[in-house]
Design a protein around this ligand. Sequence first.
Ligand code: B12
Length: 456
Amino acid sequence: MASVLLIYPYFNPQNNRSIFRFPPLGVGYVASSLRNAGYDVGILDCTFMNREDAIADAVAYGADVVGIYCMVTMRDECIRFARALREQCDLLVAGGPLPSCDPHSFMEDFDIVVRGEGEKAMLEIVRAYENGSDFESVPGIVCRRKISGETSKDGIVFTASRKLEAYLDEIAFPARDLLQNDRYIEYSKRRFGHSTTTIITTRGCPFKCEFCSNAVFGISYRERSPENVLLEVEQALSYGYDRIHFADDVFTLNRERILKFCEEIGKRELFFKWECLGRVDSIDRDIAIAMKNAGCDRIFFGIESGNDRVLKTMNKKITVEEARKAVNSAHAAGIRTGAFFILCYPGETDETVLDTIRFATSLPLDYLSFTVPYPLPGTALFERVKHKIKKDWTVPGRFFSDHVLIFDAEFSETKMKLAILKGQIQFGLRKRLGKHAFFAGKPFETLTDGIFRLIR
Ligand code: B12
């Protein structure tokens, strides 16, 4: 039987300010699917490795087929692996969010790109490889056309699209035994005092936010049953994790399902802490209390703007008022709250940016993240600004933040970074000064509002 190595090419960049480290679920799912069909599979997760060791390990593994994950920040590393392994294996396959929406740019270095969900696609590819049959019969991939037995360098073929997995409960759990659980547990305990892993309980998101890349799971929202999810929770806890980060795009979308899920946790007497990403229009006091009682102690909201006009431009389909209510409900239920905001989005003015900072720092948040806009390939935002893109995402930031402006925007990169810094300081002051923040923080806010308006 063919042997397969799956690589997650994430190396901790030197100036990385992100503190989150999670095991790669996607390659875990693909590995399970291959292993259940009898293949010998290994995972090389580079999160805690240096590049030289990782490449040497990949070469030494000697797999027939190598599959490499890629998302927008990993393009260079992914290509570097492909080039290092080109002569060492028979078949190179790319998969994950970036190859799914930008397959052409991988076809120079890879034999095949998988677009979208990878479990069945990768299995069918490995089977076709073993049988010597044509890859063109495998749906959901991009490959090269065979011309009289020869593989042409130029003739790139997009095969028929693959149907999305309809019954998520039937998909095998990710192969956690192949992941570096001890390293993740050690990192997470040292950093946060608890050990977190991710689980995904739904796939797809029915909304079409202008900046979001949903090339893998699409807009068709599908759910796992609470029973099936809790079996995976039990399995994850048995590895020594004590906390779950639900990685769904919209964990709280279906109210009935969340209530059933919380009830089921109680019935099974499962004690673990968890966190998730929620949409502000799906959280109210009752649901927040049920979640808190079931162990949820942190919720993140993608609010993105504190101005209704900008929220419309982003196609977020939420309002500032809904956002305030949701954060207040979660906070009142005793759940720690976090929120993500984008500053200086295309179409914003100085005043809308200041609205966002004012709004974000007025909320009872425990964690607050501001970023510059990132046009991801395959998104409507990308289409809107693609003629202005001037840099690749992977160029690291140098100044006081690792944010990189990759297109010619209405705001300069300096102005954007200043807005982020201002927002962070305002948030810090508010947290430190508590109820005195309004008076003590006001001079800082007024002064920096003025500076922000003046800067070009
Ligand atoms: C958890 C998460 C993180 C975690 C870490 C990732 C991890 N190790 O788990 C953290 C919080 C650190 C993170 C950070 C970022 N993230 Co993130 N993250 C996610 C999230 C919410 C879940 C990931 C996940 O577990 N998915 C579940 C698995 C099952 O899905 P999957 O990985 O796509 O795998 C499937 C297929 O892709 C395929 N597949 C996967 N691997 C392979 C390999 C092969 C060979 C094949 C054939 C197929 C295949 O099969 C799998 C099963 O069907 C996704 C959103 C999402 N819905 O996936 C965003 C997402 C991956 N992140 C994204 C982004 C943009 C970022 C950031 C850049 C955000 C920022 N502005 O800072 C950073 C970058 C971090 C870095 N320095 O590289 C984007 C990527 C978009 C793109 N086109 O590349 C996504 C898609 C969010 C979005 N909708 O825009 N992220």
